[in-house]
Design a protein around this ligand. Structure first.
Ligand SMILES: Nc1ncnc2c1ncn2[C@@H]1O[C@H](COP(=O)(O)OP(=O)(O)O)[C@@H](O)[C@H]1O
Ligand code: SF4
Ligand SMILES: [Mg+2]
Length: 340
């Protein structure tokens, strides 16, 4: 890691090939009902300046994966397994103090509902400046940077917005303010978890385009998390399809849409294709995500899969490589991968 963030080499120092490499990550939450296996053996990577999507239905473990990257996990949650390699360190093993220098500085995050993140009693500009001021940047210089950041997120009157309170802004403007806060300290990775889900359709498109432009202009990597396959297709280079705490398939956007392999991926794509039809979205995948407390042995998709075989109920499908940019976790392709 460069700069002053984590100067001392710690035991968590590791080498990674990519900016971020998440390796068999498992985040379990102990509750009075039992252990929730929210994230259960998830591996993915994000290259420098790459834009990667994680897509899956609600309850798949997407948010828990995102929060894990900043170690913002809820009470009771623990890292049961795996590593999060980022800029030469395993984030799972960093101290809270070291994590403070990662958050906002090297990795920052934008959430679905900006109001849960913004302080209603504090002017927007002061909130955006907070991280800088804590780092010792003078108030005047911080203010200048805030105005610049608000301009970069295409805010029409940045000076006025800086002096307003969150309730005076529209939903789309609040999300822009949050993006300004996320980029002001030039992070290497921006994580956006359902950043447009709470917004009107036209505003959604503006925010998605903004994220794409910001990523290019600032040369950062983007992790976009959403249930909406259409959104990731618009923004991302590569996609990971997540289901019930596990990755089901990974591919570049083109391969995924043209030749998605996993029955779950195919179901998601079929649902998107019919969204524009009269009657609205049709789910082609019957049933629902299994309980994360007692997930079935073997493939997690077995209860909804039209191709389920005896082996699917016994053993977890291995990762089968389809091409340089595509891999699937499904028994249907295991032979294909071994031969190829
Ligand atoms: N604080 C918590 N305590 C117990 N279970 C939780 C908690 N937060 C999330 N979960 C469970 O973890 C699973 C994954 O949740 P989440 O990461 O929010 O999914 P997604 O973002 O894909 O909708 C869900 O089954 C959810 O109910
Ligand atoms: S492993 Fe079996 S149950 Fe799972 S998606 Fe493939 S065919 Fe279906
Ligand atoms: Mg979520």
């Amino acid at each position: 890691m460069t700069g002053t963030l984590l100067e001392s080499e710690t035991e968590a120092t590791v080498k990674a090939r990519d900016l971020l490499e998440v390796d068999r990550l498992a985040v379990h939450i102990d509750t009075y009902r039992g252990t929730v296996k929210a994230v259960d053996g998830v591996s993915f990577r994000i290259g420098e300046k790459e834009s990667v999507g994680i897509v899956g239905e609600s309850g798949s473990g997407k948010s828990m994966t995102a929060l894990s990257l900043l170690r913002f996990t809820p009470p009771g949650a623990r890292f049961a397994e795996g590593r999060i390699l980022f800029e030469g360190h395993d984030l799972v093993r960093l101290s809270q103090e070291q994590m403070r220098s990662v958050r906002g500085n090297r990795i920052s995050m934008v959430f679905q509902d900006p109001m849960t993140f913004l302080n209603p009693l504090m002017k927007v500009g002061d909130q955006i400046a907070e991280g800088l001021v804590k780092q010792g940047v003078g108030r005047r210089q911080a203010r200048e940077k805030v105005i610049e950041a608000l301009r970069q997120v295409r805010m029409a009157s940045p000076e006025d917005v800086a002096d307003q309170y969150p309730h005076q802004l529209s939903g789309g403007m609040r999300q822009r303010a949050l993006i300004a806060m996320a980029i002001i300290r030039s992070p290497a990775l921006l994580v956006a978890d359902e950043p447009t889900t709470a917004l009107d359709v036209t505003v959604q498109a503006q925010i998605i385009n903004l994220l794409r432009e910001i990523k290019e202009e600032h040369g950062l990597s983007l992790l976009l998390i959403t249930h909406d396959l259409g959104i990731v297709a618009h923004v991302c280079d590569r996609i990971y399809v997540m289901y019930a705490g596990r990755i089901m398939e990974e591919a570049d956007v083109f391969s995924l849409f043209r030749d998605g392999k996993h029955p779950y991926t195919r179901g998601l794509i079929a649902s998107v294709a019919y969204e524009d039809q009269p009657g609205g979205a049709v789910s082609f995948i019957e049933g629902s995500v299994p309980s994360p407390i007692n997930p079935p042995a073997g493939c997690r998709f077995q209860t909804r899969c039209p191709h389920v075989m005896p082996v699917c109920r016994e053993k977890q499908p291995p990762r089968t490589r389809i091409s340089d940019t595509q891999a699937v976790y499904c028994w249907l392709y295991e032979e294909e991968g071994r031969d190829g």
